[in-house]
Design a protein around this ligand. Structure first.
Ligand SMILES: Nc1ncnc2c1ncn2[C@@H]1O[C@H](COP(=O)(O)OP(=O)(O)OP(=O)(O)O)[C@@H](O)[C@H]1O
Ligand SMILES: [Mg+2]
Length: 487
């Protein structure tokens, strides 16, 4: 006789003993584990975040109705999972993966745990492809790779979000899925990003996970994990490249600190709990480039951290710097001077992306950082001197041209092939003899002309990613004509 097995779903019930802000103390859940979901009678939900000898500590994440002492709760003894699926594209969801845009309910195709484990060493491969950010300074001098974790760090209002949204805009028509995760920001900041999504049709390949400052502590805590889980679905199931932006992890750390103090965990440095490093490292570890056996997808993380008066030695900034593969440091002084994007080249670095940079960009931008730093020194030295030699004058002019070349407006990402053309034009001296204020117009004109007259060079460049002798000759010819007509 065949053996019949009935699959029994285990459940456990307990009772609410006490509720302190968003933390409920629950008695009777003797088999539960951290990260499991608990359901309250009025439709509220919570996630287990700790224990003591007498009760389980549950963070309320979804308020269906009031939770009060004496309420009976149930735990299905399963890790907290969210539905994931293609339906998420084009939607704004809350930190539980539920529709937050007034649109239809999202059912999902599968369930993914929100505290998923990072892929093992064997499941990953070294980065193989460049991640185009659309920001010239980044792509030329701080190149990123698909699967990299690059921190965007800087004071308030220095253009941090803009670097991330420009990276999202750059992914248009590339098949990369973009997830913007808002954590603890004001509603108005989120609205700005949504406008960028609306104006540029980002909804076709992007989605937003939103936990603003007005959402519950639980939602702000869970948001980055949920965003990563949704990204993992596209990476594992469809072999896609995914970008996840966390805006910002400083607010996330604040939420976790508040939560830990309510949980009566002993405060450590700056009143943060001892496991604050684990909190973020566990998250960014999930960024990766998967092996071909697992579909070859990737997940790139761009976490944002806000500093106070440019101090990168603070606890949370230094923690996050050490767990990422580099940082883009935004300098408020540069922003004030009008050098936008205000990326400080002295303090910014990409530790792994340069291996996958386009050979053409590498060839042309190799010395650019040094040239620019030297120019800034020279500029400082000559500021007080009235007359300078002809040679110094020439070097200053060249430096000013580099400076103008590196500037760019927000929401106007520059594709990699255009960056190559501009760099080559600079190397061939096309920008010389123009006043700095005219250079932006000259750069636009060069791109327009090359695209019109030499589209085959641009197409070839996208394919081979390097400038062959023939391509250089074609561009030289175009530049000669440009010089002739521009005079
Ligand atoms: N390259 C740029 N050119 C011109 N304006 C820019 C540029 N980058 C950012 N800005 C403008 O500067 C302002 C601040 O930018 P953004 O919101 O990206 O900064 P932030 O550091 O994210 O700010 P917050 O601290 O509020 O999050 C915005 O009004 C934005 O439009
Ligand atoms: Mg911002």
């Amino acid at each position: 006789m065949a053996l019949k097995i009935n699959i029994v779903q285990l459940k456990e019930s307990g009772v609410v003993v006490e509720v302190k802000q968003d933390i409920a103390h629950i008695n009777g859940l003797s088999n539960c584990m951290n990260g499991q979901l608990v359901q309250f009678p009025a439709g509220s939900e919570g996630v287990i975040v700790g224990f003591n000898e007498d009760y389980a500590l549950v963070l309320l994440v979804h308020e269906g109705g009031p939770v009060k002492p004496g309420d009976k709760v149930t735990s299905s003894l399963e890790t907290f999972s969210i539905p994931v699926g293609n339906e998420f594209i084009g939607r704004t969801v809350n930190a539980l993966g539920k529709a937050a845009d007034g649109g239809p309910t999202i059912h999902g195709e599968k369930k993914y745990p929100i505290f998923g484990t990072a892929p093992s060493v064997l499941d990953r491969i070294p980065l193989t492809e460049v991640f185009a950010s659309g920001t010239k300074i980044v792509d030329m001098m701080i190149p990123l790779g698909k699967g990299q974790r690059e921190l965007i760090i800087g004071d308030r209002m220095t253009g941090k979000t803009t670097i991330a949204t420009d990276a999202i805009l750059t992914q248009k028509n590339t098949g990369v899925i973009c997830i913007y995760c808002c954590i603890g920001k004001a509603e108005a900041s989120l609205q700005k990003v949504m406008e960028i999504f609306n104006e540029n049709d980002v909804w076709k390949y992007g989605l937003i996970v939103s936990a603003t400052a007005s959402d519950s502590m639980g939602q702000q805590y869970l948001a980055p994990y949920v965003a990563t889980s949704i990204g993992e679905y596209f990476m594992y199931e469809h072999g896609k490249d995914v970008l996840v932006v966390f805006d910002d992890l400083t607010k996330h750390a604040w939420t976790y600190r508040q939560m830990s103090l309510l949980l009566e965990r002993s405060p450590g440095r700056d009143a943060y709990p001892g496991d604050i490093f684990y909190l973020h490292s566990q998250l960014v570890e999930r960024a990766c480039k998967l092996s071909p056996q697992l579909g070859g997808g990737s997940m790139t993380h761009l976490p944002i951290i806000e500093t106070l008066q440019g101090d990168v030695t603070g606890y949370i900034p230094s923690n996050t710097i050490s767990m990422t593969d580099g940082q883009i440091y935004m300098n408020s002084a540069l922003f004030g001077e009008g050098f936008k994007p205000a990326i400080d080249l002295g303090l910014s670095v990409s530790r792994i992306g340069s291996k996958v940079q386009w050979p053409a960009v590498k060839e042309l931008s190799g010395m650019l950082r040094l040239e620019y730093v030297k120019f800034k020194e020279l500029q400082k030295l000559t500021r007080v001197k009235a007359g300078v030699s002809e040679d110094v004058e020439r070097r200053l002019n060249k430096g000013l041209a580099v400076q103008e070349l590196l500037k760019q407006l927000n929401s106007r990402p520059v594709p990699m092939e255009e960056q190559v053309v501009l760099l080559y034009a600079f190397r061939q001296g096309v920008l010389e003899g123009h006043r700095p204020e005219d250079i932006r117009g000259v750069l636009d004109a060069i791109i327009k002309r090359v695209k019109l007259d030499k589209p085959e060079v641009v197409e070839e460049l996208i394919k081979v990613k390097e400038l062959t002798v023939a391509m250089k000759e074609a561009l030289d010819e175009e530049f000669a004509r440009f010089r002739h007509t521009a005079v």
